[in-house]
Design a protein around this ligand. Structure first.
Ligand SMILES: Nc1ncnc2c1ncn2[C@@H]1O[C@H](COP(=O)(O)OP(=O)(O)OP(=O)(O)O)[C@@H](O)[C@H]1O
Length: 236
């Protein structure tokens, strides 16, 4: 579904991604693991067309997209949930969802509100609440729901657990699991939280200094404590 080959990305003269190659199959959960500054966000921005300069090939559903504008990539079916959770804080949960649904209407039929509530039961209870009145975790789930409403084929999630209370991390995990297993959306999950990530994905790429330094099945990576320590400085 998504194939990245020999990607090199730059901020001005700063060369931050080096010869990156990544593949995501339809409906697959894939992890991009690395410490702060390793290049996870830059990879996602490259896929979305949000980096100042990107060389290399990015193919989505057999179409080369590297020259396409960001909104075109969204229309083609790539959803993006950045680290800073862009929701409208003055609007309610329901209004946030409706705006996202209206934005995609011309291209394809968005999810109905009742389908959103079915897949995100926590949001149903909060639907009249303003964005500003939600916890960080609830905002994260709303942000994910906003991107799912346009029925993407692939969603990029940038560190969804960052700054989220442990009590809601389990809820977030169920939301992502449901997306992959029931809604059949492929997910690229950038994370530093290894446990959270390998339970949700079946393939792992480890990024360090803008390069892929390891790739393999999540099952195999789970037991590679040497790699957890080397590339994230944690023992899991
Ligand atoms: N706007 C920018 N201008 C210049 N360099 C940047 C910019 N944003 C990030 N970088 C650099 O690009 C490299 C990769 O950063 P990136 O944000 O992709 O890492 P990350 O793995 O997502 O980490 P984090 O979770 O801290 O964002 C780092 O060396 C970082 O300092």
């Amino acid at each position: 579904m998504l194939r990245i080959e020999k990607l090199n990305s730059y901020y001005g003269t700063s060369h931050v991604l080096h010869n990156l190659s990544i593949m995501i199959k339809e409906g697959q959960g894939v992890a991009l693991i690395g410490r702060n500054g390793a290049g996870k966000s830059s990879t996602m921005k490259s896929i979305m067309g949000l980096m100042p300069r990107v060389d290399g090939d990015i193919t989505f559903a057999e179409n080369p997209i590297n020259k396409e504008k960001t909104h075109k990539r969204v229309r083609m079916g790539i959803g993006y949930v950045p680290e800073d959770r862009r929701i409208y804080k003055d609007l309610t949960v329901e209004e946030n969802i409706t705006i996202a649904a209206n934005a995609i209407k011309k291209v394809r039929k968005p999810l109905e509100l009742n389908e959103v509530w079915e897949n995100f039961p926590l949001l149903k209870d909060l639907r009249k609440r303003k964005g500003s009145e939600l916890s960080g975790g609830e905002q994260q789930i709303l942000s994910i729901a906003r991107s799912v409403v346009g029925r993407p084929k692939l969603i990029l999630l940038d560190e969804p657990t960052e700054g989220i209370a442990p009590i809601i991390v389990q809820n977030l995990k169920e939301v992502i699991k449901n997306m992959i297993d029931q809604m059949e959306v492929a997910v690229l999950l950038a994370e530093q939280n290894i446990k959270f990530t390998i339970d949700l994905t079946d393939y792992v790429y480890v990024i360090d200094n803008g390069q892929i330094v390891y790739s393999g099945s999540s099952e195999e990576f789970k037991n590679r404590e040497d790699l957890h320590h080397k590339f994230l400085g944690v023992s899991s």
